[in-house]
Design a protein around this ligand. Structure first.
Ligand SMILES: [Mg+2]
Length: 407
C-alpha cells in the first residue's frame, strides 16, 4: 500500500480570531468567546493573549474570569462562524475533493489522489495555508502526515501559525518525546492514571504490555496503544453525509397537558442524543417543531456556539424553546419534534473533557447488547422512566407514530 498524505488544517483560535476581524479594537487583547463571565457554560475559544493567563477552551467561564478578569468576554455568533467555515471549506475544495470537516475550523485533506498535481506535499500545503490566510485573514496551523492522527499531532506542534510535516520514516522520532496528554485518546483522568505508573511521554507507553492498557482503559486501551505508535487507518469521512437528524411524534389525539408534552419531549431528546452519540456527531443547531391542533406548524431554533450531544443539553434547550412557543397558547398539540442540524464530527473542546474509562466501557457494552437484542434490552433509570412515559402516552391512545428522520 502506498503511503497516504493527510493534511490537517486548523484555524488558530478560530472564534476569537473572527471576533477580532469583526472588531479590530480587540486586536492584541485577551478575548474569550462562549459567554459572559457570570453566565453558566464554558469558554469555547480563548485568544492566544488570554491563553497566557491559563484560560483554555472547555474551561468554565467563571474560572476563566478568575484567571483573566480584564479579558474581553463575548457570547459569540454561530451564524458568523458558520459563514467563515463555509469560506474555509470552499478554499479547501479548490485543492482536493477529499475533505473531512472535523469541526467548523478544522479539516483533514487527503492529497494522496492528487499526487500527480502536487510534486511536493509540503509546498502544496504551504500554498493552501497562504491562500486561507490571504482570503480569510485568519491564521492557520498545518500538519502533514501519513494518517489522521499523525497529521493532527503535527498541527498541534505547529501551533500557532506554523507548518509541520512528519515525513515517512520519521514518525517514531516525532512521537517519542511528546507528552501523553497530546494523544486525543488520553484525557485528564487517563493521564492521572498513567502518571501514577510514571508514564509521561509517548515513548513510555511503548513499553506497556497490551494487556495492561486493556485492563486500565478497556476498549480504549487498544486505541491508545495504536495512537501511541502513530497507527491510524481511519479513512476521511466526508462531512456532507448527514445534514440533520430529527425525532418527532404525531399524536393521535391532541395533547394540551404541558407536563405530558414535556415528558414526551424529553423522550425525543434522549433518542436524538443517542443517534448523535452513535454517529459521534455534535450539533450546532437545535430546533423544536410543533404542530398545533389547528394544523399550523411552528418552529424555533437555537444556534449554539458550543455544539451539543448530551441529552441534558439538548433537552434544556428544547425545553426553553418549548416554553417560548407555548407561552399563552390556548391550543393543544398534534405533533412535537426536535431536530439537530449543522452537525460536526468533533467538538473543539473534546481534548479537555474528562474521560471516564468506566463510562466508556459501559457505553460500548450497552451498544453491543442493543445491537443484538434491540434498544429496550438495556435501559438506564432515566431511559426506563422516559420509556414508561412514552408507553403510557401510547396506551392512552395519544401516539400515532414516532418518526426518525435523517437527511
Ligand atoms: Mg482551531
Amino acid at each position: 500500500m502506498t503511503t497516504r498524505c493527510i493534511v490537517h488544517i486548523d484555524i488558530d483560535a478560530f472564534f476569537a480570531s473572527v471576533e477580532k476581524l469583526l472588531d479590530p479594537s480587540l486586536e492584541g487583547k485577551p478575548v474569550i468567546v462562549g459567554g459572559l463571565p457570570y453566565e453558566r457554560g464554558v469558554a469555547s475559544t480563548a485568544s492566544y493573549e488570554a491563553r497566557k493567563y491559563g484560560v483554555h477552551s472547555g474551561m468554565s467561564l467563571q474560572k476563566a474570569y478568575q484567571l483573566c478578569p480584564h479579558g474581553i468576554f463575548v457570547r459569540g455568533n454561530h451564524r458568523v462562524y458558520a459563514a467563515f467555515s463555509k469560506g474555509f471549506h470552499k478554499i479547501l475544495s479548490r485543492y482536493t475533493p477529499d475533505i473531512e470537516m472535523a469541526s467548523l475550523d478544522e479539516a483533514y485533506l487527503d492529497l494522496s489522489r492528487c499526487r500527480a498535481l502536487y510534486s511536493c506535499f509540503s509546498k502544496a500545503s504551504q500554498q493552501i495555508k497562504q491562500t486561507i490566510e490571504k482570503e480569510l485573514k485568519l491564521s492557520v496551523s498545518v500538519g502533514i502526515g501519513a494518517n489522521k492522527i499523525l497529521a493532527k499531532l503535527a498541527t498541534n506542534q505547529a501551533k500557532p501559525g506554523g507548518l509541520v510535516h512528519i515525513k515517512p520514516g520519521h514518525e517514531e522520532s516525532f512521537l517519542k518525546e511528546l507528552s501523553i496528554a497530546s494523544l486525543p485518546g488520553i484525557g485528564p483522568k487517563a493521564q492521572a492514571v498513567l502518571h501514577l505508573l510514571n508514564i509521561r511521554q509517548i515513548k513510555d507507553l511503548w513499553g506497556l504490555p497490551r494487556a495492561t492498557l486493556r485492563a486500565l482503559f478497556g476498549l480504549k486501551g487498544e486505541e491508545i496503544r495504536l495512537q501511541s505508535h502513530g497507527i491510524d487507518d481511519r479513512p476521511l469521512e466526508s462531512s456532507d453525509r448527514q445534514k440533520s437528524i430529527s425525532r418527532e411524534t404525531t399524536f393521535l389525539k391532541d395533547i394540551w397537558e404541558k407536563r405530558l408534552l414535556l415528558a414526551h419531549l424529553a423522550y425525543l431528546c434522549d433518542r436524538l442524543s443517542l443517534a448523535l452519540r452513535k454517529d459521534r456527531l455534535f450539533s450546532h443547531i437545535i430546533e423544536l417543531k410543533v404542530r398545533w391542533s389547528d394544523f399550523k406548524t411552528e418552529g424555533r431554533r437555537r444556534l449554539l456556539v458550543n455544539p451539543v450531544q448530551e441529552m441534558d443539553d439538548i433537552y434544556r434547550i428544547a425545553r426553553e424553546l418549548f416554553s417560548e412557543l407555548f407561552q399563552g397558547a390556548r391550543l393543544s398539540l398534534r405533533l412535537v419534534g426536535v431536530k439537530a442540524s449543522d452537525l460536526v464530527r468533533s467538538r473543539t473542546l473534546s481534548l479537555f473533557e474528562s474521560y471516564s474509562p468506566h463510562k466508556e466501557r459501559l457505553g460500548s457494552a450497552v451498544s453491543e447488547v442493543r445491537e443484538r437484542y434491540g434498544f429496550a434490552a438495556v435501559l438506564t433509570a432515566r431511559e426506563k422512566m422516559l420509556e414508561e412515559v412514552y408507553r403510557s402516552t401510547k396506551e392512552r391512545g395519544f401516539v400515532l407514530k414516532t418518526a426518525s428522520l435523517t437527511k
